[in-house]
Design a protein around this ligand. Structure first.
Ligand SMILES: CC(=O)N[C@H]1[C@@H](OP(=O)(O)OP(=O)(O)OC[C@H]2O[C@@H](n3ccc(=O)[nH]c3=O)[C@H](O)[C@@H]2O)O[C@H](CO)[C@@H](O)[C@@H]1O
Length: 372
């Protein structure tokens, strides 16, 4: 049977990381994946993720200030690509403007949509904005919904989405397994000073909203027994606010955005992580590094239930107290440092490809029947 190619939309660093295992597994299964890069993050290193040799089209669309206008522009541009190629399926991941643009393009051109990482919800459209709305819109129209966990699948069932739900695990854990080997990992305790690793890039922590977090870091930096690494985000606006607030403090190292292997190494060497990132919430439990989440709500509650992470928000004193408690109380530390896999076992891509391989011939037959 002839199978048209499958278009995989990639806009940002986390989408590239999480779609790499799916793309490679589709390629191995002979299902002709083609990457469509939107340009939302302009310099994605696909070679480091094993995707250097794949057929790739670039849209070179820079993100603007208005995420809705950007998603609309992407939907139009991706729609033109889909009409030219007529793929059997367009695959999008997560909740970015690129994912929304890819899904809207599929809905408008009649190309079926598959959503990887479906069903994540905070149930608050403002947190994170506009990603929560993006996920709901994508899931309402996608034909194949790859929910990472039972919780995300239950969210989809409660919404009565018409697509088919498959529970697969999160493909981010597949990517992590490729980096570090079998999971969950029992890492050796790092020697030397305890280290705090910080990443912070969500819109709700942009600009002056970052101030209480910076004050907490400066307070913690007064302790001679703690080293602090802050990894800057590729977004220059956010990076410059962090630089202005933290540069000059000799105990705080400001690191440029790291490549994926470098980031995983930094996580492995950290004693505690402070982050508002989605992907880091999935990775830290698997690596057994306690994580304090700089948000008031999360769409990833599984890591709280497994005891590996705690939601903190961004109140200065609370951040300081919780970091000190972790570093001063070995029992408390141990309770959050037991590695676990609440988001998946690292074999999600295989399950996704199997579902697509079963779905394709059935969908293809239906399409032929409809045309006849
Ligand atoms: C809160 C939220 O809405 N987050 C969304 C956001 O990702 P998310 O918040 O995860 O985006 P990040 O930019 O933090 O990327 C996380 C990934 O990048 C890696 N990393 C991080 C820093 C660094 O310097 N180098 C590096 O390689 C991390 O190890 C992780 O794998 O888009 C993802 C892709 O659609 C979605 O799954 C998430 O739901």
């Amino acid at each position: 049977m002839f199978v048209a190619p499958l278009t995989i939309v990639v806009g940002t660093r986390p989408e590239a990381i999480k779609l790499a295992p799916v793309t490679l597994a589709l390629e191995q299964a002979g299902l002709h994946p083609q990457l469509l890069l939107t340009g939302q993050h302009p310099r994605l290193d696909l070679t480091a993720l094993g995707l250097g040799d794949l057929p790739t089209r670039q849209l070179h669309r820079k993100a603007g200030a208005d995420p809705h206008a950007y998603a609309d522009a992407l939907a139009a541009a991706i729609g033109r690509e889909l009409n030219a190629v007529r793929p059997a399926l367009v695959i999008v991941q997560g909740d970015t403007a690129s994912a929304l643009g890819g899904a809207l393009a599929g809905f408008r051109t009649g190309v079926p949509v598959a959503h990887v990482e479906a069903g994540l919800r905070t149930f608050d459209p403002a947190l994170p904005w506009p990603e929560e709305d993006n996920r709901v819109t994508i899931d309402a129209g996608a034909e194949l919904l790859f929910a990472p966990t039972e919780t995300s699948a239950a969210n989809l069932r409660a919404e009565g989405v018409p697509g088919t739900i498959h529970i697969t695990g999160n493909t981010g854990i597949d990517a992590l397994r490729r980096q570090v080997g079998d999971l969950p990992l029992r890492r050796p305790r790092a020697g030397g000073l305890p280290r705090l690793l910080v990443t912070c890039h969500r819109r709700e922590n942009w600009g002056t909203a970052f101030l209480p977090i910076a004050l907490a870091l400066l307070e913690l930096a007064r302790s001679p027994w703690l080293g602090i690494d802050v990894v800057l985000h590729p977004n220059p606006q956010q990076a410059s606010v962090m630089r202005d607030l933290l540069a000059g403090n000799t105990r705080v190292r400001l690191l440029p955005p790291l490549d994926y292997p470098g980031m995983i190494q930094a996580m492995l060497q950290a004693s505690v992580i402070l982050s508002d990132s989605g992907g880091v919430q999935e990775e830290a439990p698997a690596l057994g590094v306690p994580l304090l989440v700089l948000r008031s709500k999360t769409e990833r509650p599984e890591g709280i239930a497994s005891g590996n992470m705690k939601l903190l928000g961004r109140e200065t004193q609370l951040i300081v107290t919780e970091v000190k408690r972790l570093l001063d109380d070995p029992d408390h530390y141990a309770s959050m440092a037991t590695p676990s896999l609440p988001y998946g076992d690292g074999h999600a891509a295989g399950r996704i490809v199997q579902s697509i391989a079963l779905w394709l011939p059935a969908r293809h037959r239906d399409a032929v029947r409809l045309r006849a």
